[in-house]
Write a protein that binds this ligand. Structure first.
Ligand SMILES: Cc1ncc(COP(=O)(O)O)c(C=O)c1O
Length: 470
């Protein structure tokens, strides 16, 4: 006997353990890789984890987008796809599910989130108008800019500070919004673009108090309020946990109450809704809907499929219902927290508090020796991959891209590397392996030299840029 006593996860935290509300019926074998293989693969990928082949990855934490595991019910739903070009029965099931759970009147299906962002931006932004938002998201801002809009960041200051532990770091600062409207006039604002949770801030939530105040502000100024509902279910969990008066309400009730404060929403269903592909756009205004329904046939497909197969719409309709279950959301966020708590105990610098879908490592704090244009977060993603075959993603200066007017780099305050946890895919043991790898890379941080960008695509450069080691 060594004298040490093994303890369960719950015992370590002084509470009863929880476990996932599902069991595993089918497995997908993973390929274990060796360091030499990974060095070769990373060099071929230009030190960009987006350019790795997934066969060269052990634990894939690139994104939670479309990477979740569908349930047996969703797979069964795939078998009842009605692949009619027009009027597929699965569209009506999807429409009903969105109306029931999110509460919007008019629905347009799209192939994924950015398809919806494209349509709403084209329909609701006039060239030169401002689009205030609670921090930028890559594809959202690009579509707003391509439509002639000017993005304005109106998130609370706390969101830009990784160490700030405020409970609702996704909130809009109404003072900033008031100032923008005061300076330019309400007619120069296309709409308020609200994301819940805020991906680029670390999966941080928006409070119900904030969306209510925004509704009131928008009504006063005659401005529309549109929601990026991609991770609203996760946002609802934080409201339930942290906001007075919500502990007794279900996730579904909170989601509905939140949506009722907005004029419409777009969705990447590849996240909360537990599908591998799909999205939608929903609005309450009939004439805007007519415009969107007209645009969708140009860019996505007929208004009853929007670029999706009937079977995909069925899986999405079922996934929406599953995503609203309290036990599911608790275990999903619980797994992210488990990894976060381990890393925090070990003194790893990261965004606090831990958000809904990912751990965001603070690459500036890892590598104070690197300037931001030596790409600390990209370097950290590369080092993690070399150490263990874990794939993470850069969320720093590369993702922020260039200023549409000056052409210079955007230098975001947050220089982060994201470990994104797919839904219902990995076990607690995988999380332990990830935590140990992050610790090993942290321990070796003094040796990091940074990267130089040698190829830069014009749009959304983080997907395809290439780097050389310095
Ligand atoms: C907050 C948010 N909005 C929109 C999108 C775009 O969705 P999609 O990748 O389905 O086009 C994403 C994708 O990561 C996202 O995280």
């Amino acid at each position: 006997m060594s004298g040490s006593v093994h303890r369960t996860m719950g015992q370590q935290s002084g509470r009863r353990s929880w476990a996932e509300p599902w069991k595993i019926k089918m497995v997908e074998p993973l390929r274990m890789t060796r360091r030499g293989d990974r060095e070769r693969a990373l060099a071929e990928a230009g030190h960009n984890t987006f350019l790795l082949r997934s066969d060269d990855v052990y634990i894939d934490l690139l994104t939670d987008s479309g990477t979740g595991a569908m349930s047996d019910r969703q797979w069964a739903g795939m078998m009842v796809g009605d692949e009619a070009y027009a009027g597929s029965r699965n569209f009506y099931r999807l429409e009903e599910a969105i109306q029931r759970w999110y509460g919007y009147r008019h629905i347009v299906p799209t192939h994924q989130g950015r398809g919806a962002e494209h349509l709403i931006s084209q329909a609701a932004i006039r060239r030169g108008q401002y689009v205030p938002g609670n921090m930028y998201f890559t594809t959202t801002r690009l579509h707003q800019e391509l439509a002639g809009g000017i993005f304005a960041d109106v998130i609370v200051d706390a969101a830009h500070d990784p160490a700030d532990r405020s409970p609702f770091k996704g909130d809009v600062d109404l003072g900033k919004l008031e100032k923008l409207v005061g300076e330019h006039g309400a007619s120069s604002v296309a709409y308020v673009s609200l994301a819940a949770t805020v991906n680029m801030a670390g999966g941080q939530p928006v409070s119900m108090g904030n969306v209510r105040a925004l509704r009131e502000f928008c009504d006063r100024h005659g401005i529309r309020l549109f929601l990026d509902a991609t991770r609203l279910v996760e946002n609802a969990f934080f409201i339930q946990e942290r906001e007075p008066g919500y502990a007794g309400k279900s996730i579904a009730e909170i989601v509905r109450e939140f949506c009722d404060c907005t004029d419409g929403a777009w969705m990447s269903a590849k996240k909360d809704s537990l599908v591998n592909i799909g999205g939608w756009l929903a609005v309450n205004d009939r004439s805007l809907f007519e415009e969107l329904r007209n645009l969708v046939v140009v860019y996505e497909g007929l208004h009853t499929y929007g670029g999706l197969a009937g079977r995909d719409m069925e899986a999405m309709a079922i996934g929406i219902g599953e995503s609203m279950e309290d036990d599911h959301v608790r275990s999903r966020i619980g797994q992210v927290r488990y990894l976060g708590e381990l890393l925090e105990d070990w003194g790893i610098p990261m965004v606090q508090p831990v958000g809904g879908h990912a751990i965001f490592l603070d690459a500036r704090a890892f590598y104070p020796q690197l300037a931001q244009d030596q790409f600390p977060a990209q370097t950290l993603a590369a080092e993690l991959y070399l150490d263990s075959g874990i794939r993470a993603m850069e969320r720093g200066v590369v993702s922020a891209g260039r200023d549409a007017v000056t052409g210079g780099h955007h230098y975001p305050k947050l220089e982060l590397t994201r470990l994104t946890i797919p839904r219902r895919v990995y076990t607690q043991a995988h999380m332990d392996v990830v935590a140990e790898s992050v610790k090993a890379v942290f321990d070796g941080r003094a040796a990091a030299r940074g990267l130089r960008m040698v190829y830069e695509p014009r749009y959304l450069r983080f997907f395809q840029a290439r780097f050389d080691p310095l």
